[in-house]
Structure formats: C-alpha cells, structure tokens
Design a protein around this ligand. Structure first.
Ligand SMILES: *Cc1c(COP(=O)(O)O)cnc(C)c1O
Length: 380
C-alpha cells in the first residue's frame, strides 16, 4: 500500500495571501458595515486615490468589473459608433466585449509569436481613416512596449487605451501599466494580481474631463443626483470590495516580486526542456513583468502533444490552464464580424501550443521543482 500523499499544486491558491491578512480584512469589512456607506463609500474614494497614485496617474474611478472599465473608459474617451478600434485577437474575450459595448467597430490583429503581445506592425497595417484608438493588452503581466506604442500613436494620431487587467503595477521602459495612454482599465477579479472578494474594476486616467465622464457614466449618467447628462449605467466598484482592495494594495508590490522570482526559477529549471521544443513565452521586461500567468509553449517540435502533457500533469496533482484556447476571432458569437481561420496565424498557433503552469504569490520553489520534474517525466 502506498501511504505517501501525492503532492498537489493548484493552478492558483489565494490562501497564502489572505491568511496573514485575515484580521485586517475582517476589520475593514466590519468598518464598512458599521459606517453603512455601501454605495460609493469612503473605502471606494480611498482606494481610487491610492491605486491611481501607485500607478502614477491622477485619477482612478472604481467600476463594477474590468469589462465595465474597458467599456466606460473607452466611451469616456469619446470612442463610439463609426470609430474603428484596434485590438489583439489573442486576449480574454472581455477586451472585445468592452470595445463592442461602445458601439465602435473592433479591428482585430495578430500577435507577436515570442511575447504573445499585440503585433504593432500588424496594428499599423490595420490603420484606416476611421481608426480612433488602439487597445493594447498587457497580457500575462507583461506590458506592450510603451515606446513603440507611443511612437505608433503619435504618428497616426491614435488614442491609446490600455487593457491592464493582467498588469497591476507592471513596468516597462520606465512606464507603469495604466500610465501610457489616454486612459486604462484594470480588473480586480479574485485571481488577478490584485483581486477582490468578487468583481471589481477601475479606470485610470490623467485627464480630469475623462475622469468626470466615467464617474457620471458608472452612476446612471448623473454628475449630480437625479440630473442625467449622460446615457449611463450602473457600474460602480462595491464599497465592501474596495475595503478588501485597500487592505491588499500595500502588499501588491511584494506579491508581484514573488511571482517574478517564481518565474525566474521556472525559467532556469525549464532550460533543459528547450531541446524538447518546450520554452517559455519571452520576457522582454525583466523584473517589470508581473507574471499574472506563467505560460510555456509546447511547440510543434515537441514529441509530446499539449493535451498529453496536461493530462499527465493532472494525474500527478498539478493543475494547468490554457489562456486562451480559442482566439477571439474564432469564437462562435463573433463570427458575424467576418473573420475566419487563417486570418491570424500567430494567434491561432499560440492557442494550440500554450500552457499556463501554476503561478501565484507564495508558490514555493519546492512546488516549482515538482512541476518541472513532472514535466520532465512526461515520456518524450
Ligand atoms: C480579466 C480580464 C478582463 C475582464 O475583467 P473582468 O473584471 O472579469 O470583467 C479584461 N481583459 C483582460 C485581459 C482580462 O484578463
């Protein structure tokens, strides 16, 4: 009989971050209940200021989700029907949903095969007289090059709206995520680098007019109570969620560092597998990459297919994920946009080859070694 408990490595474990903060979290939630300011309360105001300051911008406007942040943020920037908006096809579907909610026409483009980030040359080729904005997605925790983005936007007079839902406090070329463009969207979905106990999001901007517009749009389109100047919606950051985020924000930098260190460890241990066609998505940002996800490629050169690897790891207690298995342009709901298989070869190939390994702050070196040892045991 085998009494040895099999080691388990979950894909994400939030306990290591929440356990030490339990007392603080409970206190913060209790304070909201005692104040009773459940809608746009003090915790929301405090968090908006703190997160904006940490990200190097003037204004933060808390909204109900990352999707809401993209939709309302773009709308506040003046994006709407008749405008074309360029975005990558390999992103989470919410980027596309947010763009569509403004009434604008999404123009999908391919990605760079080594970083999986939007291919800015492809973006440039997609520019027309109707192009109003580009929505770079700082995917997996790595920013799209700010210098290249700004150069492209300046040349073609484009508005930059960052989807930073996976990039809280990420850095590249001296820029913080959310500080490059006209405005930016973040998500506080529980498993994001900064996660709430439910849904939440924020729009960041340096522009007072855009900030005021988002504030109105998220709150029934009313800059003052019962006076509706915008066709708005109800998309506010919940006060209880903001209270949680206020407790967690001071630790975000450390958690990001922990993810980056874990990634460096993975990189080093995985090095020998490169000869088997397995290699990580490229990090061009050094410590500025905050590794929302640690993604490897099981390339065509690998003698074992991705599904087999995933199954064998699962049998050994290791959870993995695929981000994302179908690029936006091939999703059934969006066939009406007119794209087809073959339109974005890099995104399509990536979607077949990528595999996300366990990654969260507190993931130990022993766990990482176990994951890589198990990967090496897959029969090649
Ligand atoms: C999570 C995510 C979103 C959407 O955020 P929600 O809070 O779930 O609405 C948007 N874009 C990207 C890239 C994301 O990862």
């Amino acid at each position: 009989m085998n009494h040895q408990a099999q080691q388990q490595v979950p894909f994400v474990d939030l306990q290591p971050q929440h356990e030490p903060l339990q007392a603080q979290l409970q206190q913060a939630l209790k304070a909201v209940v005692e104040r009773g300011d459940f809608i746009l309360g003090k915790a929301v105001v405090d968090f908006e200021a703190a997160f904006a300051a940490a990200s190097g911008v003037e204004y933060g406007i808390g909204v109900a989700s990352g999707t809401g942040a993209i939709a309302l943020g773009l709308q506040a920037c003046g994006v709407g029907a008749g405008d074309e908006v360029i975005l990558p096809s390999n992103t989470f579907i919410a980027t596309l949903i947010g763009v569509l909610q403004t009434g604008a026409t999404p123009i999908l483009v391919d990605c760079d095969s080594s970083t999986a980030l939007i291919d800015l040359k492809a973006a440039q080729k997609a520019i027309t007289t109707k192009t109003k904005a580009i929505v770079p997605v700082h995917l997996y925790g790595q920013m799209v090059s700010p210098k290249q983005l700004l150069a492209l936007a300046d040349t073609h007079n484009l508005l930059i709206f960052e989807d930073a839902a996976q990039a809280h406090l990420a850095q590249r070329e001296g820029y913080l995520a959310g500080s490059i463009g006209k405005a930016a969207a973040f998500s506080f979905y529980p498993s994001k680098n900064l996660g709430a106990f439910g849904n939440g999001g924020i729009v960041l901007t340096k522009d007072a007019t855009i900030a005021a517009k988002v504030r109105s749009l998220r709150n029934y389109g009313a800059p003052q109570k019962y006076f509706h100047t915008d066709i708005g919606t109800n998309s506010r950051l919940d006060t209880l969620q903001a209270a949680v985020l206020n407790v967690k924000l001071p630790y975000l930098g450390g958690w990001n560092q922990s993810r980056n260190s874990a990634a460096m460890y993975y990189d080093a241990l995985l090095e020998p597998l490169q000869s088997q066609g397995i290699f990580p998505i490229e990090n061009q940002s050094d410590t500025g990459h905050i590794y929302h996800l640690y993604v490897i490629r099981v390339s065509a050169g690998c003698p074992v297919d991705r599904q087999t690897i995933q199954d064998e790891l699962a049998a050994l207690g290791i959870q993995t994920g695929i981000h994302y298995p179908i690029p936006c342009h091939l999703q059934p709901a969006y066939q009406y946009l007119g794209y087809q298989a073959g339109d974005f070869p890099q995104a399509e190939t990536l979607s077949q080859e990528i595999l996300s390994l366990p990654m969260y702050p507190g993931l130990s070196e022993a766990q990482i070694s176990y994951v890589v040892d198990c990967l090496k045991k897959v029969r090649f």
